[in-house]
Ligand binder design. Structure first.
Ligand SMILES: Cc1cc2nc3c(=O)[nH]c(=O)nc-3n(C[C@H](O)[C@H](O)[C@H](O)COP(=O)(O)O)c2cc1C
Length: 411
C-alpha cells in the first residue's frame, strides 16, 4: 500500500500566542523570537511595557506579526473594549520575553498597571517567562522571592542562562537563546494539545563510533538527522523525549539529551533511560562490529606495513531492550532486498514497527534532509511513504506510534 503525501502542518499552526516584551537590554531578541513563532505557524499578538518601547519600536513587531502591538492601556484604537481580557481568554500561551525584574515583581504581586502585567492577570492559559537581567539583579533576594512565588503558581521559567551579560561580565542572567525559547514554546503547546502528551519516548540517533586507537574509529555514514527530526517531532506532539545520540548535530531544544559514542555506551544509556519510557524509537545506525581491541596509544604510520583490525560483533541493541508494554520502532537501512530484510528484522528484533529505507538512494537515507521509507507492522501491513522531509517523515512514523500507544492503554 502506498500513501499519498500529506504536508505536516507547522508545529504552531492554529495557535495564538501573546508575546509580552519588557524593558530589558535584551528586548531586541524578542524580534527574533516573534519571527520564529510566526514561521512556526503561530498568530502572535504583542503586548509591551512603556519601558520596552525605549529599547525596541512597536513598528518592528507590527511588521513581523501584521498586528498592532498593545502598549498604551488607555488607547482607544483597539476593536476590543478590553483587549487584555480578549487576549487572556483566547491565547493558547503567554510568553514574556525578555522579562525584567520589575515586571516579574509586578506580576508576582498581582499589580496590573501596564499591558504586560495586566494581561498576565487575565490569562487563562499557560504563562512562560524568559527573564534577562544583570547577574546581581537576578541573584537579589527580592528577585529570588518573586521568582519562587511565580514558580509556585505554575509559571514556567525559561532560563536565564549563564553567559556574557550587557555589562561585559559573565554570569547568570542572560536571556535564553531565541531558538531554544521557541523550542520550549513548541514543547509546552505539544504538552497542552498534542497526541503524545503524557508519553515518554526514547529516541536514538547517529552512527556509533567504535575506537581503534585514541584518534581513529570505525564508523558509518549516519549523521543523526533522522533521529533528531524524530525527537523534534515527538516533542512538538507533546512527548517527553530523551534523545540518546552519537551525532555531532545540535540537538533539538526542550528534550533531554544523552550524548554517547559507542554501541556499548548507547546500550548503557538505553538501559538507564528506557525503564520509564513508553516507547523506544531506534533510529541510530549502531555499528554491527567494533575493533576487538582499542589501542591505548596512537598506531604510528611507520610502525606497520599492514594494520589488520580484528572486529567483533556488537550487541543487538533493540533486540536486547525488552520491557513489558514498551513499544519498539526499529529502522532497517538496507541496500538490497529492502522489504524482505526489513520484514525479517521486524520479527527478529521483536519490534512493533519497522521503518525500512534504501540507503543506496541519493535523496534518501544518510546525510540528506529527505527520506523515503516503508513502514512495516506486525499484521503484515506495509505503508510506502513518498519522498518527504525527515521532519514530515517523522510525523508519519509517529502517527503509527501514537495509534499503537493509544491501543495499548490510555496515556
Ligand atoms: C539601559 C538599561 C538597560 C536595562 N536592562 C535591564 C535588563 O536587562 N533587565 C531588567 O530587569 N531591567 C533592566 N533595566 C531596568 C528596567 O528597564 C526598568 O526597571 C524598567 O522600569 C522596567 O520596566 P518594565 O518592567 O515595565 O518594562 C534596564 C534599564 C536601562 C536604563
Amino acid at each position: 500500500m502506498s500513501s499519498k503525501p500529506t504536508a505536516t502542518p507547522a508545529p504552531l499552526s492554529g495557535r495564538m500566542i501573546v508575546l509580552g516584551v519588557t524593558g530589558s537590554i535584551a528586548a531586541f531578541k524578542a524580534v527574533d523570537v516573534t519571527s520564529r513563532l510566526v514561521q512556526a505557524g503561530a498568530t502572535v499578538e504583542v503586548v509591551m511595557t512603556e519601558a520596552a518601547t525605549k529599547f525596541i519600536g512597536p513598528l518592528t513587531f507590527r511588521g513581523i506579526t501584521g498586528r498592532e502591538p498593545y502598549v498604551d492601556l488607555w488607547a482607544t484604537a483597539s476593536p476590543h473594549a478590553e483587549p487584555h481580557v480578549v487576549l487572556g481568554r483566547s491565547a493558547d500561551l503567554y510568553l514574556i520575553v525578555p522579562a525584567s525584574a520589575s515586571t516579574m515583581a509586578r506580576i508576582a504581586h498581582g499589580l496590573a498597571d501596564d499591558f504586560v502585567s495586566l494581561t498576565a492577570l487575565a490569562m487563562r492559559g499557560p504563562v512562560l517567562i524568559a527573564p534577562a537581567m544583570d547577574a546581581l539583579m537576578w541573584s537579589n533576594a527580592a528577585t529570588r522571592a518573586n521568582v519562587d512565588l511565580l514558580r509556585e503558581r505554575g509559571i514556567e521559567f525559561l532560563g536565564p542562562v549563564e553567559g556574557r551579560l550587557a555589562s561585559g561580565e559573565v554570569g547568570a542572567g542572560r536571556l535564553m537563546e531565541p531558538a531554544a525559547i521557541v523550542d520550549h514554546v513548541k514543547a509546552r503547546i505539544g504538552r497542552e494539545h498534542g497526541d503524545l502528551a503524557g508519553a515518554r519516548i526514547a529516541v536514538t540517533a547517529g552512527g556509533t563510533r567504535e575506537p581503534a586507537d585514541p584518534v581513529r574509529f570505525v564508523g558509518n555514514r549516519s549523521t543523526g538527522k533522522m533521529g533528531h527530526a524524530l525527537a523534534e517531532a515527538a516533542r512538538d506532539r507533546g512527548a517527553d523525549v530523551v534523545l540518546i545520540t552519537s551525532a555531532s548535530l545540535a540537538a533539538p531544544g526542550a528534550t533531554e539529551v544523552v550524548q554517547v559514542e559507542t554501541a556499548h555506551e548507547m546500550l548503557a544509556a538505553l538501559e538507564t533511560h528506557v525503564a520509564d519510557c513508553d516507547a523506544l524509537v531506534m533510529a541510530a545506525a549502531v555499528a554491527d562490529y567494533r575493533p576487538s581491541e582499542s589501542l591505548e596509544r596512537k598506531q604510528k604510520r611507520g610502525g606497520l606495513e599492514h594494520w589488520t583490525l580484528d572486529l567483533e560483533r556488537n550487541p543487538d541493541l533493540i533486540a536486547s531492550i525488552e520491557r513489558e508494554g514498551l513499544i519498539k520502532v526499529a529502522f532497517a537501512a538496507e541496500t538490497e532486498d529492502v522489504l524482505r530484510n526489513a520484514a525479517h528484522k521486524l520479527v527478529a528484533k521483536g519490534a512493533h514497527l519497522m521503518v525500512a529505507n534504501d540507503v543506496s538512494a541519493k535523496d534518501a537515507g544518510f546525510a540528506v534532509d529527505t527520506n523515503r521509507v516503508v513502514i512495516l507492522d506486525r499484521n503484515g501491513g506495509c505503508d510506502e511513504l513518498p519522498l518527504l522531509s525527515k521532519y514530515d517523515c517523522s510525523h508519519r512514523i509517529l502517527d503509527r506510534l501514537a495509534a499503537l500507544l493509544q491501543d495499548r492503554a490510555p496515556l
